[in-house]
Ligand binder design. Structure first.
Ligand code: SF4
Ligand code: SF4
Ligand code: FES
Length: 258
């Protein structure tokens, strides 16, 4: 007797689509043959090569961002089964254990959609410019070596330096909305980072002025959602507390010196 042909199990991937900014979103489901140890980006790669829906209709391949494929650039951040995270580090096997029926992929909700799973994170990069998120070492001549960074300061700085501007903390933050100016936990943590650095300190007052203005630290409701979703495990609530103290000291100093 001939054994019945075995069909490979397949993964149902439901993708939220949006053709252009401002257009109505819609959902499409695709099927991808199961293989062990896949990640979500590889599902999207498979769909790009086989853009046919589960119902058999030819579709445009879903657009998505990716660059480093190792959770360093943050560009592939999206909502996977409703949770904000990176597609490249989201492994399929554990996701199927959560929900064997299907994996849902949607763009982050707090940023304008460019197309499908791609969002425009310009607001985050504009905020980095506003707080001068850099160490000022450029010059027209050799400035020599900067002041040493003590091992104790390095220990504090290193975890803060891991931010990849992915947007997870902002997606999860109830204070961050599409139409307000709240800068969010990422910026608070980076102001702490650059103001602690012995060379970065040069612009410390300017950074504090920025985060003490509209959309700054006083708008933080301390809900602490941000720290729970940061993929780099940055101690964001410590940074918010530390920055609050720095801002208070700066205000008092300003009051007595003006
Ligand atoms: S503590 Fe809450 S309000 Fe403040 S940045 Fe984090 S999530 Fe947003
Ligand atoms: S602080 Fe964490 S969650 Fe926020 S942008 Fe940086 S890496 Fe992403
Ligand atoms: S592709 Fe860079 S974090 Fe996923």
């Amino acid at each position: 007797m001939i054994a019945p042909a075995q069909t490979a199990p397949s993964i149902r991937v439901k993708v939220k689509r949006q053709d252009t900014p401002g257009k109505e979103p819609y959902w499409q489901t695709f099927t991808v043959p199961y293989r062990p140890n896949l990640n979500v980006t590889s599902l999207l790669q498979y769909i790009a090569g086989h853009p046919v829906t589960a119902e058999g209709a030819t579709a445009a391949a879903p657009a998505y961002d990716a660059a480093c494929l190792e959770e360093v650039c943050g560009s592939c951040t999206m909502l996977i089964n409703g949770k904000v995270r990176q597609a490249c580090s989201a492994l399929v096997d554990p996701l199927l254990k959560e929900n064997a029926q299907e994996i849902t992929l949607a763009p982050m909700s707090k940023f304008p959609v460019v197309r499908d799973l791609m969002v425009d994170r310009t607001r985050m990069f504009d905020n980095l410019r506003r707080i001068k998120a850099w160490i000022p070492i450029d010059g027209t001549y050799n400035l020599g070596s900067g002041p040493p960074v003590s091992p104790k300061t390095q220990e504090t700085l290193y975890p803060l330096s891991r931010c990849m501007t992915c947007g997870c903390c902002l997606e999860a933050c109830p204070q961050f909305t599409a139409d307000n100016k709240f800068v969010g936990a990422q910026i608070f943590s980076l102001v702490r980072y650059y103001n602690l650095h012995p060379t970065g300190k040069q612009d410390a007052d300017e950074r504090l002025e920025t985060v003490m203005g509209e959309g700054g630290i006083t708008d933080c409701g301390n809900a602490q959602n941000c720290v729970k979703v940061c993929p780099k495990e940055i101690p964001l609530t410590d940074s918010i507390g530390a920055l609050g103290r720095l801002a208070t000291v700066y205000s008092i100093k300003k009051f007595f010196t003006k």
